[in-house]
Each structure stands twice: as structure tokens, then as C-alpha cells.
Design a protein around this ligand. Structure first.
Ligand SMILES: Cc1cc2nc3c(=O)[nH]c(=O)nc-3n(C[C@H](O)[C@H](O)[C@H](O)COP(=O)(O)OP(=O)(O)OC[C@H]3O[C@@H](n4cnc5c(N)ncnc54)[C@H](O)[C@@H]3O)c2cc1C
Length: 489
């Protein structure tokens, strides 16, 4: 029995289906889990869960599936060279009203780019020094922002530290750090681990050689969305949809999976792919209880917020935004909050927006919300989210153009409130390290664990989820003496 038809559960089932009778029980009415492609009425698509493929090397299991099923990809274009599209915004006035956003000039971009690359180089040096002194898993830790603020270098080309930067450069550098931390790890820079920052990232020396490492630096998107890959994986598998698991109990050598309906499903072994957030929210009971190291890892690990909102308009009013030629690509536009904008607890401003029209051939803009802002936006009704999005877009485009365009449809995620995800994906708060993934992965009697939160070095990704599913399938085979070829390293 496999709990969950996300990427990890499907990958496990594919490996096991010829060896044993495999049934997947899935709470939703679809496969994919945190892979979720939504369709607009004009046929355009948007991924509200996994969106990007990093490191498109031939060993990446995702790329292997794309190749097998003829799924094409398109590169993502970060519009940082056309600095005119990057906006800096703040708040003014006693009521905290939106200030006039100003365009971030090329000189500012170059200054901030230099400062950011210096900062990250110092961070890598410091991390290596700490690894040499304490070993990779030990040594003092602190929150990411506090640690970064201490980094300085001397000499004629020295970097005087974040706090020595002028206000504009500071805002941009902080935004870049936040983009690479709050976006990728869905946690505030004030809670993320300094020591484990970017530990699972493909590039920047991350350990995920399986992806192809630095040989494949560009980011891609699958055309048509990610869900098609999960649907292909699911072909020929036995899946019971809308089947919510309430408890997992050991019975003799086997397991009984108990549903919320009260039905009991006995099986010889079980692979549990419940997301970390679901385990942390204790939505499913385990009997006997999970061991202390696993419970501790669940408690210490964190699954934060990251939501997208895609709006389809009747006109493409943003097409006049001076875009550089990027036919067929997804263009990312950054928005940089000043300290005033960032510190507002009611902030609903997105950090990025995508021009999705070039990829989806439909008048669609996609707004990205990370961390605390993503948590705020989840609480609003759809109409309120749209109104807030229109106010944001008014900072970029003439108000008349924004307001005279009709909103035709809106699709958005609310991953925190989703009872079958309870958050976005796992991350390392300060004081934790990659060992927590090992505890998340360790079997419990005849119950085996898979999912993105159970794999060190590849967590937070679809590829990692798939590899974890295959690892669990191998463990089940060993346990039941079914015989399965070892995973290719
Ligand atoms: C907003 C967002 C952006 C992301 N961006 C990227 C990206 O760009 N690139 C990338 O590679 N990865 C990305 N990810 C991460 C990626 O989506 C996940 O790592 C991966 O899909 C997790 O797969 P999984 O099988 O571990 O978990 P899931 O896909 O969550 O599968 C678990 C399954 O268990 C089911 N379930 C939960 N509770 C129960 C229950 N009680 N009973 C029965 N079934 C239950 C769920 O419905 C789900 O189908 C993103 C994720 C999110 C949310």
C-alpha cells in the first residue's frame, strides 16, 4: 500500500508494480499532489505547485520522464538585464499607502550585482571555514540574515558589509537574498539556518550532482505543465482517489491502513509519502507511535508558504513594457520592497511577477508570493486577491490600462490551508541540518517513508521526491525479499 499519489508515491509504485500487488490511496481526486497544473477555459495552463526544473542533466529523473513522454521544456528568462522592468516600491504616509514605485536603473543593478556576488562569495568562504573547523554538520548556527550581516572583507576591492551599502543597493541585495531564500526555502531570512542555506540547491556547490550540477545552469519549465508527467507515471497503476488515511497501525508483521471512513486496509508493507506539513499537523495517527528521532525531525523541520496567483485578462496591457525579445519564454520581473514596504505586516505585495502570455499564448500574468506575504494572501477571498493584484499592477502600468482591462479568470494556490499539504515544502530553520532528512526517511517496522522531506541533498523538488520513492520501493523489496535492482548512483 502506498499513501499518496504525488511524485514520490507514483515513482515507488512504478518500481514495485511488477513485483507485488500495489494499491495507492490518495486523498485528492487527482494525481500529482504538490504537482498541480490548472487549466484556464481557453486551454492555457499554469502550474500552481512545482514549476521549474533546475539542472536539466540526463540523470535528472524528471528529465528522463520528460524525454520518455515527449514533454518539451522552455527556458525561464530573468529580466535583470532589462533593469527598467525591475521596480522598487515602498510605503508612504501615515496610513501606509503605496508609494510611487520607481524603476531600478542599470547602474543600481550593477552596483547591487557586485555587492551580492561579494556577499555570496564571502558566505561560501565562511561556510567552508566552518566546515573545516567543525565538520559539515556541526558548529554554531544562527539565522541567515544575522550571519550574512557579519560578513565583510578588506582590501581595495573589499566589501564593507551589508549595512555599509546605500539604501537602494541595500534594498536590492536584501531582495536578492530574500528571493534566493524565502522563495526557494519558503521561510523568512530571520528563521532560516545560516549554516544550511542553499544546502540542497543544485547550483552554488549544492550536492545534487544527479541533476547535472553546474553543467546545466539554466532553469526550465515543462510546456503544458508538470501534471502530465505524473499522469503518465500513473498509467496502469491502481489508485483509490478521494480516500483519506486517518491512521497507520502495525499488525503482526504487516500494517493496517485505516481510512477516515473507518474502512481498514491490511497490507504486508506500506510506503508513507505524507508531506512533512501533514505529519507535523498530526493529521494521521501512527500505532505504535513514531520514534523520538523522527518526531523530533518533524517538529524541527519547517514547511513554509509560497503561493502563486494567475490572472487572465481580456487584453495584454503589459505587452508595452519594453520587454527584450524573448519569444516563447517565461519572463520574470522582480519587485524590490524598500524597508518600509517589507516591514509592513499587512504587506500583500508580490516579489515577482511573470509575463505568462508568451508561454501560454493567453493574456495571463502570474504573481508570486513568498513566506509571510504568501501566508497573508491565503487568508483573502479571491475577489480581494484580485483587487490587491490590480493595485500592484498599477505600480507598473498606467492605471487606466490596468482598470480598463477585464479580469476573465483567476487561479491561485493556498498551500498552507490545503489539508493534504499543510505548507509548501520542507526547509531548515536555524539550528537544524541535513540529518533531519535521514530521520524522516528511516523505516518504522513495515512502514517505509518517502517524499521530498525525506531526501537529503535533493529535498524541495520533484526530482528528489521521485528518487525518495524509488529508495522506499527498494527498501520494501529488501524487506519482503522481492528483489529489485539497486538504484543507479
Ligand atoms: C508552490 C510550490 C512550488 C514548487 N516549486 C517547485 C519547482 O519549481 N521545482 C521542483 O522540482 N519542485 C517544486 N516544488 C516541490 C515539489 O512540488 C515537491 O517536492 C514534490 O511534488 C513533492 O512530492 P511528494 O510525493 O513528496 O509529495 P506530494 O506531492 O505532496 O504527495 C503526497 C500525496 O499525499 C496525499 N495525501 C496527503 N494527506 C493524505 C491523507 N491523509 N490520505 C491520503 N493521501 C494523502 C496528497 O494529496 C499528495 O497527493 C514546489 C512545491 C510547491 C508547493
Amino acid at each position: 500500500m502506498i499513501i499518496g499519489a504525488g511524485a514520490s508515491g507514483l515513482a515507488a509504485a512504478v518500481d514495485l508494480k511488477d513485483k507485488a500487488d500495489v494499491v495507492i490511496v490518495e486523498a485528492r481526486n487527482r494525481v500529482g499532489g504538490r504537482v498541480w497544473t490548472e487549466k484556464f477555459s481557453d486551454g492555457a495552463w499554469i502550474d500552481l505547485g512545482a514549476a521549474f526544473v533546475d539542472g536539466v542533466g540526463p540523470k535528472n529523473p524528471v528529465m528522463q520522464e520528460f524525454k520518455k513522454h515527449g514533454i518539451k521544456t522552455t527556458p525561464v528568462f530573468y529580466d535583470q538585464t532589462a533593469a527598467g522592468n525591475i521596480l522598487m516600491w515602498g510605503l508612504t504616509g501615515a496610513k501606509g499607502e503605496q508609494g510611487q514605485a520607481k524603476k531600478f536603473g542599470m547602474c543600481g543593478m550593477l552596483r547591487a550585482g557586485w555587492a551580492y556576488s561579494k556577499l555570496m562569495a564571502l558566505y561560501e568562504e565562511d561556510k567552508l571555514a566552518r566546515n573545516r573547523q567543525f565538520g559539515a554538520l556541526e558548529g554554531p548556527d544562527e539565522d541567515l540574515w544575522s550571519g550574512l550581516r557579519k560578513l565583510k572583507s578588506g582590501g581595495c576591492c573589499g566589501f564593507g558589509g551589508i549595512d555599509s551599502l546605500d539604501a537602494t543597493t541595500y534594498a536590492m541585495v536584501k531582495s536578492l537574498v530574500m528571493t534566493n531564500s524565502e522563495f526557494i526555502f519558503t521561510q523568512s531570512i530571520h528563521t532560516l539556518s545560516y549554516r544550511w542555506f542553499q544546502a540542497d540547491v543544485v547550483h552554488n556547490g549544492g550536492p545534487s550532482q544527479l541533476y547535472g550540477g553546474d553543467a546545466y545552469p539554466e532553469t526550465f519549465l515543462p510546456l503544458g505543465g508538470w501534471q502530465q508527467m505524473c499522469e503518465k507515471l500513473a498509467e496502469g497503476l491502481e489508485i483509490r482517489f478521494e480516500t483519506v488515511v486517518a491512521a497507520v497501525r502495525a499488525e503482526g508483521d504487516g500494517v493496517v491502513v485505516e481510512l477516515s471512513s473507518g474502512e481498514k486496509l491490511p497490507c504486508a508493507a506500506c510506503i508513507c509519502t505524507l508531506p512533512h506539513g501533514v505529519l507535523k499537523a498530526e493529521k494521521v495517527a501512527f500505532e505504535p507511535p513514531l520514534p523520538a528521532p523522527k518526531l523530533d525531525a518533524i517538529a524541527r523541520m519547517s514547511s513554509g508558504f509560497f503561493n502563486r496567483c494567475a490572472i487572465r485578462f481580456d487584453t495584454c496591457f503589459w505587452a508595452t513594457n519594453g520587454m527584450v525579445p524573448c519569444s516563447g519564454r517565461c519572463v520574470v520581473n522582480m519587485r524590490i520592497p524598500t524597508e518600509m514596504g517589507r516591514d509592513d505586516p499587512t504587506n500583500l505585495q508580490c516579489n515577482w511577477w511573470f509575463d505568462w502570455s508568451l508561454v501560454a499564448k493567453s493574456n495571463i500574468i502570474v504573481l508570486f508570493f513568498f513566506s509571510a506575504v504568501a501566508e497573508n494572501i491565503e487568508k483573502l477571498a479571491d475577489a480581494e486577491v484580485i483587487e490587491s493584484a490590480l493595485k500592484t499592477l498599477e505600480m507598473h502600468f498606467p492605471k487606466e490600462a490596468v482598470r480598463s482591462s477585464k479580469v476573465l479568470e483567476m487561479k491561485m494556490s493556498r498551500w498552507g490551508a490545503d489539508p493534504y499539504a499543510c505548507g509548501t515544502y520542507s526547509s531548515y530553520p536555524a539550528g537544524t541540518n541535513g540529518e533531519i532528512h535521514d530521520h524522516m526517511a528511516s523505516p518504522h517496522g513495515s512502514v517505509f517513508f518517502a517524499g521530498e522531506a525525506t531526501i537529503k541533498g535533493m529535498s524541495q523538488t520533484v526530482a528528489g521526491a521521485m528518487v525518495s520513492g524509488r529508495r522506499a520501493a527498494k527498501e520494501v523489496c529488501d524487506h519482503m525479499k522481492l528483489g529489485l535492482e539497486p538504484l543507479e548512483s
